[in-house]
Design a protein around this ligand. Structure first.
Ligand code: SF4
Ligand code: SF4
Length: 475
């Protein structure tokens, strides 16, 4: 029987309007990208509707293009399209890579959008014992199999409310890593209001990467991130002073983690500029999680979010044309994945090498699920319950399986954040897939932006993306 061929799922993306760059052919299964010209695009358009192509019937003029597509696995044997989906990953086979330590389930701020209920994750405020933190760090190293590098994330609430646990974890983790010839990378996410001279010296000495939560100019930041207690005083001035001290003592610039509520999305470019002016090394912007129905956006607000990100992408292209890298973390993360051709078999590492541990030593699928018994996946004494991890992940994937299987963005999205999906669908009862339009528009914008860079293979921004990816891989 003659073998027939079919074009695999793909999209063609032109550079953004008015920008120079390459037209890119995107392969949906492998996130592969190929520069094409308009003649190739026309050949693809001629054959894309054909379910079964007999290559012997293809005119010579088109055959060369189809052969090249077959080499790139964008033209595949028709039978492949009926292949069964890949087997799910076995959590027991994935060594531990990252442990998020919820060292203080307490916070001195009361951010208005906090998913952790004031840092305590639904229980009373409490802190982790230093001895438990040290054991957890050792466990991270010991459970990391053949990985050379492991990452310890100091997290809360506000982790600097429990410096003894941070110190114990880092020292024990470093000793355990050194004994096994591994590298321990430590990072911390803080609200920036609790730096002490002792903590700053420790951060400097152990080269701990710091991300500071800050939401932009004083009016936005103070409205979002007030102190706990009666007057709900804003924390902006103290955070800026904390960042100044951090830079002075450690000689390193922190990254900014921004969270904005829907009614603030129209101010994204202004927020970004403000934080650049404050000297942050990178700025990442997250829309608030739908912790409650009051944080759900209107259609106009969704549009403002995309418009804000698009403005920053345009600014990125303009800066790149001058050889500069705009430190917009969201876009840099996406461009780095495109540059390296990284496919996401799962949305994130939650439960698959990445776990969070609460103040009592219980493991959760990820930091945002801490305190939710449905996502408790073991503890430090008994280890990780891999069957429970698999059950949690399957339950998250099941409702979107069909939609994701036929979505062109699947290899770069893989289903979206489990926590956000759970919040939207199980807690708020919203329909599945409510974020998908935004995800696809954002990924498309990233691919188009990448096309503008690829036109010059020696573009300094491409070199920067490779270096950044190397740093991430070694961290
Ligand atoms: S955009 Fe939606 S449908 Fe597409 S892969 Fe992501 S979650 Fe699935
Ligand atoms: S589930 Fe969401 S918040 Fe948790 S690690 Fe994954 S992407 Fe991050």
């Amino acid at each position: 029987m003659t073998q027939t061929w079919t074009l695999a799922d793909h999209r063609v993306f032109a550079p953004p309007a008015g920008a120079k760059g390459e037209m890119l052919l995107f392969g949906a299964d492998q996130a592969s990208l190929f520069a094409i010209d308009s003649a190739t695009r026309d050949v693809i358009a001629r054959w894309r509707q054909r379910e079964a192509i007999d290559l012997d019937d293809v005119p010579e003029t088109d055959r060369e293009v189809l052969d090249a597509l077959a080499d790139a696995q964008l033209l595949v044997p028709s039978a492949w399209l009926r292949r069964s989906p890949r087997a799910p990953i076995d959590p027991a086979a994935v060594p531990m890579a990252t442990l998020v330590l919820e060292a203080a389930q307490a916070c001195n701020l009361r951010c208005t959008y906090c998913y952790a209920g004031g840092g305590a994750y639904g229980g009373p405020s409490r802190v982790m014992r230093a001895e438990l933190a040290a054991r957890a760090a050792r466990h991270l190293v010991e459970a990391s199999g053949d990985r050379n590098t492991v990452t310890l994330v100091l997290f809360g609430g506000e982790p600097l409310l429990n410096f003894p646990a941070l110190e114990a974890a880092v020292l024990e983790g470093e000793a355990a890593a050194a004994a096994r010839g591994k590298k321990l990378v430590v990072s911390m996410t803080t609200n920036g209001t609790r730096f002490t001279p002792e903590a700053l010296d420790f951060l400097a000495e152990h080269r701990i990467g710091v991300s500071v939560s800050i939401d932009g100019p004083p009016d936005i930041h103070d409205a979002n991130r007030p102190y706990v207690g009666g007057k709900r005083r804003g924390s902006y001035a103290d955070v800026v002073e904390g960042v100044r001290q951090l830079r002075e003592r450690t000689g390193r610039r922190p990254a900014a983690r921004v969270t904005l509520k829907p009614d603030q999305w129209a101010r994204i470019p202004e927020v970004f500029e403000h934080l650049l002016d404050l000297g942050f090394v990178e700025v990442g912007i997250a829309p608030t999680s739908p912790v409650s129905a009051t944080l759900l956006p209107t259609a106009e607000q969704d549009e403002a979010l995309f418009a804000g990100f698009s403005r920053l992408a345009q600014r990125f292209v303009d800066d790149a044309a001058r050889g500069r890298v705009l430190p917009f973390s969201n876009l840099l993360d996406l461009l780095a994945r495109l540059h390296l051709g990284q496919v996401k078999p799962v949305p994130c590492g939650a439960g698959l090498g990445y776990v969070a541990m609460d103040a009592e030593g219980a493991f959760f699928l990820c930091h945002r699920f801490a305190g939710n018994g449905d996502f408790r996946i073991g503890d430090l004494d008994a280890g990780i319950d891999h069957a429970k991890v698999r059950a949690c992940l399957d339950e998250q994937a099941a409702p979107r399986e069909d939609a994701c299987a036929s979505c062109w963005a699947r290899s770069l999205c893989a289903g979206g954040c489990h926590y956000e999906n759970h919040q939207r669908e199980s807690v708020l009862g919203l329909a599945q897939g409510g974020s998908c339009d935004f995800i696809r528009r954002w990924i498309e914008l990233g691919i188009r932006t990448y096309g503008t860079l690829r036109a010059d293979p020696d573009h300094p921004v491409l070199a920067f993306l490779s270096r950044r990816a190397d740093d991430d891989a070694s961290s």
